[in-house]
Write a protein that binds this ligand. Structure first.
Ligand code: SAM
Ligand code: DTB
Ligand code: SF4
Length: 336
């Protein structure tokens, strides 16, 4: 089913051809697409909170929270509603428009979901957009989250189907596609992306983008993470990805997913300002803001403020506020 004018029929060869364009040609193309669909001087800002940390039963080879590896993470119980409320208020005060709560679960139990539903209601009441990432989700659970007011569900494909088996063995690619389908059919916005720098080939990076762009409806939000190498995980010490290859991948994501918000996600802490600026030029228009991601470091808030100010980039308004402002403007114009 094709629901908009964007393409959903990309071929691997076409994507590889984009990778082979001269860097300036690729960035020009991507930046033109960015300008056609988005304000190039605005970024959407999300803040993360880990609501349940560590001891996860899955074996994702990149993850500090997997119980399979000996990392420095101290497992924590599910946070209380009060703790979530305090963090969400702080995120709102710092200028975030979306609050994303992550849990180190293979999937939520229905009892856990009761608690998350209450968290979503609290965050919504504060006036933030809500996002959760809880692992695999059943259709009925997605419907419950939607009824609570959930705006986005994050569930990543992580990499190409071909490379996937060397990163995760405890759940399949199809399991992930099924969860995405449950989220979509509950009418929740989809946040889905992946990780670069795990030792995958260019074909795998292209393969991930191909999967995202060939979904029946493009994800509204596409987080592109650069692997944060965590001591104790199998991917610690893997060869680092060339920043130009990372920027190219952001540019190609922008071209293939023209209307989506492409988020420059984990890994910014070790990226220099110039690399991030090129990512914004190439089409990234969203970031995670706040000193920690779920457990790993993110740039200090004042450092991000300085970078955005230096580039003349502003925080985007919440979509609903943005629409209300446009309505108010047109009402004014009618009165005058
Ligand atoms: N447990 C849930 C799941 O995996 O679906 C939700 C939380 S999980 C931490 C969310 C995403 O964070 C993963 O799919 C992965 O893409 C990203 N992630 C985890 N560890 C990472 C790392 N070390 N570097 C970059 N991204 C990472
Ligand atoms: C996503 O794609 N990246 C975020 C969010 N979705 C949940 C998480 C990054 C996690 C990095 C490792 C950590 O902080 O534990
Ligand atoms: Fe668990 Fe999610 Fe980490 Fe995988 S990425 S080990 S499912 S917390």
């Amino acid at each position: 089913m094709q629901t908009d004018s964007s393409r959903h029929d990309w071929q691997l060869k076409e994507v590889l051809n984009l990778y082979q364009l001269p860097f300036n040609d690729l960035l020009f193309k991507a930046h033109t697409v960015l300008r056609a669909h988005h304000n190039p001087n605005k970024v959407q800002i999300s803040t993360l909170l880990s609501i349940k940390t560590g001891s996860c039963s899955e074996d994702c080879a990149y993850c500090p929270q997997s119980g399979h590896y000996d990392t420095d993470i101290e497992p924590e119980r599910l946070l209380s509603l009060e703790e979530v409320e305090q963090s969400a208020l702080a995120a709102k005060a710092s200028g975030a428009s979306r609050f994303c709560m992550g849990a180190a679960w293979r999937n939520p139990s229905d009892k856990h979901l009761d608690h998350v539903v209450e968290m979503v209601k609290i965050v919504k009441k504060i006036g933030l957009e809500t996002c959760v990432t809880l692992g695999m989700l059943k259709q009925k659970q997605a419907v419950r989250l939607k009824a609570a007011g959930l705006d986005y569900y994050n569930h990543n494909l992580d990499t190409s189907p071909e490379f996937y088996g060397s990163v995760i063995t405890t759940r399949t690619y199809q399991d992930r596609l099924d969860t995405l389908e449950h989220v979509r059919s509950a009418d929740i916005n989809v946040c889905c992306g992946g990780i670069l720098g795990m030792g995958e080939s260019r074909n795998d990076r292209a393969g991930l983008l191909l999967q995202l762009a060939c979904l029946p409806q493009h994800p509204e939000s596409v987080p592109i993470n650069m692997l944060v190498q965590i001591p104790g995980t199998p991917l610690q010490g893997v060869e680092k990805l060339d920043p130009f290859e990372f920027i190219r991948t952001i540019a190609i994501a922008r071209i293939m997913l023209p209307k989506s918000y492409v988020r420059l996600s984990a890994g910014r802490e070790t990226m220099n300002d110039q690399t991030q600026a090129l990512c914004f030029f190439a089409g990234a228009n969203s970031i995670f803001y706040g000193e920690t991601l779920l457990t790993a470091k993110n740039p200090a808030m004042n450092k991000d403020q300085d970078l955005l100010a230096c580039l003349g980039i502003e925080a985007d308004q919440i979509a609903s506020e943005h629409n209300a402002a446009i309505e108010a403007e047109s009402a004014n114009a009618t009165v005058n």
